[in-house]
Ligand binder design. Structure first.
Ligand code: ZN
Length: 563
C-alpha cells in the first residue's frame, strides 16, 4: 500500500507541477514527415512514429518526435508518403500458390494462345520434369471454362500434364495423364465432381471438383523442399505487397511442415493463422486428428487453432450449392459437400473443441447451411468469442444477411471478384438470371447490417494485392478499366472501410487485434509505406499505388528498389 501511495504522489506531482515527463530512451527507428493513417478507433491521422524493440512507442506530430531520436536511431524521412498498418489477408494459399508460381505458372495470361505458348515453353525448358505441373489458367479463356485435352496433346504428347485452373476447382489434363490414371469413357463421375466429356462420352480433358482426384491421386508426392520453397515464394510475394499477416486458407499436414520448417529457419516473415483442412467425408471422426495437428504445429509465428470446411464448389461450373436451379439446367442446384445434419454435427464438435471455423461457402444454399451449422453449434455449446468466418460468400438470399451479426460470424469477402468481369457476365450471371445476380457479393449490404467483416485474396486464385481489392470494393469495377459505371453500385463501400477490412478487421478475424491492425502505442510495428496517399487520388488509381517498404516488428521484410 505504501508503495502504491508513493507512486500516486509521484504521478500527482508530475500532474500538479506540469513538468514534462522524463525524456524517453531513444527509439530504434523513427518514421517522420509521413501521412500516417493509424486506423485507430477514431481513424486519426499522425505524422511520426517511433519504434523500440519491435513495438510502437510513439505516434503523433513531427514536432514531438525529436525526443525519440538518439545517435543510433534510424530515421526515415518520408516527405508526405502514406503509412498504414501492414495488411492482413484473411484467405490465402501461400504454399500451393508459391509452388505454382515456381512451376508452369499460367496466372494472369490474357489469351488461350499465351497459355499454350507458356505450356510449350515450360515443357521444353524442363525436360527432366516427369509431369508438367503448375496451373492458374483463366476459365474465361475457353468456351464454358472447358479446355480440351487435344490442345495439350498437340504440345506435350509424351508426358502427363496436370494444370489446375486459377480458381482451383477445375483441372485441365492431357491424354497421357488420363491414360496413366485409367480414366476412360466407363469411369463414372464421383459424387462431388464431374468429368467433362465430348459428344461420344469420352473424357474431354477438364475435371471438376473431386473428379480431379482421379488423376491427382497418381501425382508424384511433393518433396518437403518443394513445399518450403513454394511457401518462401508465397511469403515473398506477400511482403512485397505490404502483407505481414496471413490466414492460410487450407492447411494439410505437409503445408504445416513447410510452415514449421521455414519458421525454424527464421525465414517466415509473416504471422500465420493456419486453417486446418477438414475431410468432410470423415465428419466428426476428423476431430482427434485436427486436435493433434493443432498441438503439434502451433508455435512461433504459426497459430493453428482454426479449421477449414469446404461447403460447396463454384458458380462458374455449377458446383456451388444454390437454393434455386441454375438457369437452363432444370433441377440442377449444385451439390453441397456435406448434408445439413452432418455439417451441424461437425461444426458443433469443432466449436466445442475451441476451433475457429473457416467455411468456404459460395452459393446461397451453402451460405444458409453454414449459418444453420454455426447456429446449431451455438445452441449446443453456448455463445463464445469464436470468430467463425465464411469466405467467398458470393451469392446471397438477402434474408440471410442479418445472420452474420446475429450469430457473430465474420463475412470474409474476396472483393477483387466483385467487378463485373467475364467470370461474372459470361460464366455466372447467365446461370442465375438478373434478379438473383443482384445479390452477388453484397458487400455494402453486409456492412450496413452491422456485421464484422474482413477481406482476403484467395491467391493464387487471384491477385494477392490488397490495393486492387480495396479499389474494387470502392469502385465495383475492374482496376484496368479506369473510371466509369459500377457493377451493382449500391454495394460499393467507402475507402476507410476497405482499408479497415485489410487491417484492423483482419486482425480481429485472426485474433491479433491487440497486437496488430492499427498504429497505436504498444502494438507491434507491422507497417507499410506507400508511395502516395490513397485519400488524395481518384479511387480508380488505388491499384497503381506502390508499396515502398514493409516492416514486420520494425524489421524490413521488403524495400522497393530505389527507395
Ligand atoms: Zn481458397
Amino acid at each position: 500500500m505504501r508503495r502504491f501511495l508513493g507512486a500516486l504522489a509521484a504521478a500527482l506531482g508530475v500532474l500538479t507541477l506540469g513538468a514534462a515527463p522524463p525524456p524517453p530512451a531513444p527509439a530504434d527507428l523513427v518514421l517522420r514527415g509521413a501521412a500516417v493513417y493509424t486506423v485507430d478507433g477514431a481513424r486519426s491521422w499522425a505524422e511520426a512514429i517511433a519504434v523500440s524493440k519491435g513495438r510502437i512507442v510513439f505516434v503523433g506530430a513531427d514536432s514531438a518526435i525529436a525526443h525519440w531520436i538518439g545517435p543510433s536511431t534510424k530515421v526515415l524521412a518520408l516527405s508526405g508518403k502514406m503509412v498504414l498498418p501492414a495488411f492482413h489477408d484473411a484467405h490465402v494459399h501461400p504454399v500451393s500458390g508459391g509452388m505454382e508460381a515456381l512451376e508452369c505458372d499460367l496466372n494472369g495470361l490474357p489469351t488461350k494462345d499465351a497459355v499454350l505458348e507458356k505450356v510449350k515453353r515450360y515443357s521444353a525448358e524442363h525436360p527432366e520434369a516427369k509431369w508438367i505441373r503448375g496451373g492458374g489458367w483463366d476459365l474465361t479463356l475457353f468456351p464454358d471454362g472447358n479446355p480440351s485435352k487435344a490442345l495439350l496433346d498437340a504440345i506435350v504428347p509424351d508426358r502427363p500434364v496436370y494444370l489446375p485452373a486459377s480458381d482451383g476447382h477445375s483441372v485441365w489434363v492431357n491424354s497421357k495423364a488420363l491414360a496413366l490414371a485409367g480414366v476412360t469413357k466407363a469411369t463414372p463421375d464421383p459424387p462431388y465432381g464431374r468429368i467433362e466429356r465430348d459428344a461420344s462420352g469420352q473424357p474431354s480433358g477438364t475435371l471438376r471438383e473431386d473428379a480431379a482426384d482421379l488423376v491427382a491421386k497418381i501425382l508424384p508426392k511433393r518433396s518437403a523442399k518443394e513445399s518450403v520453397d513454394g511457401l518462401a515464394q508465397g511469403v515473398k510475394v506477400a511482403n512485397r505487397l505490404g502483407l505481414t499477416s496471413l490466414v492460410e486458407a487450407s492447411a494439410s499436414e505437409e503445408d504445416l511442415e513447410a510452415y514449421a520448417a521455414l519458421d525454424a529457419q527464421g525465414r517466415l516473415t509473416a504471422r500465420v493463422l493456419a486453417s486446418l483442412y477438414v475431410d468432410t467425408d470423415k465428419g466428426t471422426a476428423e476431430v482427434p486428428r485436427l486436435r493433434s495437428l493443432r498441438d503439434q504445429y502451433g508455435r512461433g509465428r504459426v497459430r493453428t487453432n482454426a479449421v477449414k470446411i469446404f461447403a460447396d464448389g463454384v458458380l462458374e461450373t455449377r458446383t456451388a450449392s444454390v437454393l434455386e436451379p441454375y438457369v437452363g439446367f432444370p433441377g440442377d442446384r449444385g451439390k453441397p459437400n456435406l448434408q445439413p445434419p452432418t455439417f451441424q454435427a461437425l461444426a458443433t464438435a469443432l466449436d466445442k473443441e475451441g476451433f475457429q471455423i473457416h467455411v468456404h461457402a459460395i452459393g446461397d444454399r451453402a451460405i444458409r447451411d453454414a449459418f444453420d451449422a454455426i447456429e446449431a453449434a451455438r445452441k449446443a455449446n453456448g455463445a463464445r468469442d469464436a470468430r467463425h468466418h465464411f469466405a467467398h460468400i458470393e451469392l446471397f438470399d438477402p434474408a440471410d444477411i442479418p445472420r452474420f451479426r446475429k450469430l457473430g460470424v465474420i463475412a470474409n469477402f474476396q472483393p477483387l471478384w466483385a467487378n463485373g468481369d467475364a467470370y461474372i457476365t459470361e460464366l455466372t450471371e447467365p446461370k442465375l438470371g438478373p434478379e438473383r445476380s443482384r445479390w452477388l457479393y453484397p458487400i455494402g449490404s453486409v456492412l450496413a447490417s452491422g456485421a464484422e467483416f474482413a477481406f482476403g485474396s484467395d491467391w493464387s486464385v487471384s491477385s494477392m494485392n490488397p490495393l486492387e481489392g480495396m479499389e474494387v470494393a470502392v469502385t465495383r469495377r475492374q482496376p484496368s478499366l479506369g473510371p466509369g459505371p459500377a457493377w451493382i453500385p449500391e454495394e460499393r463501400i467507402a475507402l476507410p472501410d476497405a482499408i479497415a477490412a485489410y487491417t484492423i478487421r483482419g486482425a480481429y478475424l485472426d485474433f491479433s487485434e491487440k497486437d496488430t491492425g492499427s498504429i497505436e502505442v504498444g502494438k507491434l510495428a507491422d507497417l507499410v509505406v506507400l508511395d502516395r496517399n490513397l485519400f488524395e487520388i481518384p479511387a480508380s488509381q488505388i491499384h497503381e499505388a506502390k508499396v515502398l517498404l514493409t516492416l514486420l516488428e520494425g524489421a524490413e521484410v521488403y524495400r522497393a528498389s530505389g527507395f
